[in-house]
Design a protein around this ligand. Structure first.
Ligand code: URA
Length: 304
């Protein structure tokens, strides 16, 4: 995994008081040390208005004004990106065959060595955090830190209180692993036929969101929709649920429902700890976290 090449102590939110110019520019994506040496030799780099001559000179990123080809360099140790991952791309930095979430970012963001914090399946959507802060990522993923990841899912079947009770106690997955206690809320249950067409479904609050999930499932080519189409044909009940888990085992949500005899048709992550997916972001869109969101994430891992 390609995290930030070098730089200040992991997890240290403060900017280093002083660092080498070439290190600072490499961190900001201006290339390798030898690329930067060339830039300096060409006279492209200024520090506080004076042309830099030594790539190894020390600068204070918080105070010194560094420009490359006249463009100010804003040094930030870590980057945090919230992405609404769409279905059809894999949560990886690179992949020989499949498009990756990194490919959804512009070149200037890709240069920072970002990696996804945990995985969402290729056919899952929703909140994916990308960062180059290895320590924060580790804290968010560690089951010991108990950061809940919250999902909304369309599940074939009538998900009920017995399932919620089983999830609260822990269910046994196909490999014998017993899950940690999880919180399950059933938001609505309807026949799949009520969601498939234009027929008016009952007025429950969750129905518009459920209908949107069903629409994406039936219209987006990235989903495998066999089980959905079968549910519509059978008029089977489908449930719209919210599940919060603190672990991230492979296909965990799908396997937890399989453990109670039910099938996840559509899956979206809506929150990691207190960080919620921005509803203004459509599938495939992203933005950097606000300072408040960044702070909240650190608090999630007990590091405020
Ligand atoms: N659980 C799953 O089954 N898939 C995901 O992508 C995330 C959680």
């Amino acid at each position: 995994m390609d995290t930030a090449a070098e730089g200040p102590e992991e997890g240290d939110a403060a900017v280093k008081p002083s660092m080498r110019l070439d290190k600072m520019l490499a961190h900001e994506g201006y290339g390798t040390r030898s690329d930067i040496k060339r830039l300096v030799r060409e006279g492209a780099v200024t520090v506080n208005g004076r042309q830099a001559v030594d790539p190894g000179m020390h600068v204070r990123p918080a105070e010194d004004e560094v420009h490359v080809f006249g463009r100010a360099v804003a040094y930030r140790e870590f980057r945090y990106v919230m992405m609404h991952k769409p279905a059809g791309v894999v949560s990886a930095t690179e992949d020989a065959r499949e498009p990756t979430v990194l490919g959804l970012l512009p070149e200037e963001m890709r240069r920072h060595g970002l990696f996804p914090v945990g995985r969402l399946d290729k056919d899952a959507e929703g909140l994916l955090l990308l960062t180059n802060d290895g320590k924060l990522a580790h804290g968010l993923l560690s089951p010991r830190k108990a950061v809940f990841k919250t999902y909304r899912a369309l599940v074939r079947g009538n998900v009920d209180a017995a399932d919620a009770k089983a999830f609260a106690a822990g269910v046994t997955l196909d490999d014998g692993y017993v899950t940690m206690p999880a919180r399950l809320k059933v938001l609505a249950t309807l026949p799949a036929t009520d969601l498939a067409g234009d027929a008016a479904a009952s007025g429950e609050e969750a129905v518009p969101e459920m209908r949107e999930a069903a629409r994406r499932l039936s219209e987006e080519p990235a989903f495998s929709r066999g089980a959905w189409e079968e549910s519509v044909r059978d008029g089977a009940p489908v449930s719209w649920v919210e599940l919060s888990i603190r672990e991230g085992k492979f296909h965990q949500v799908k396997r937890m429902f399989a453990a109670v005899g039910k099938k996840v048709l559509y899956l979206r992550r809506v929150a990691v700890g207190d960080l919620r997916l921005d509803p203004a972001l459509g599938p495939g869109e992203w933005r950097e976290l606000t300072p408040d969101e960044e702070k909240a994430l650190r608090e999630n891992r007990g590091e405020a």
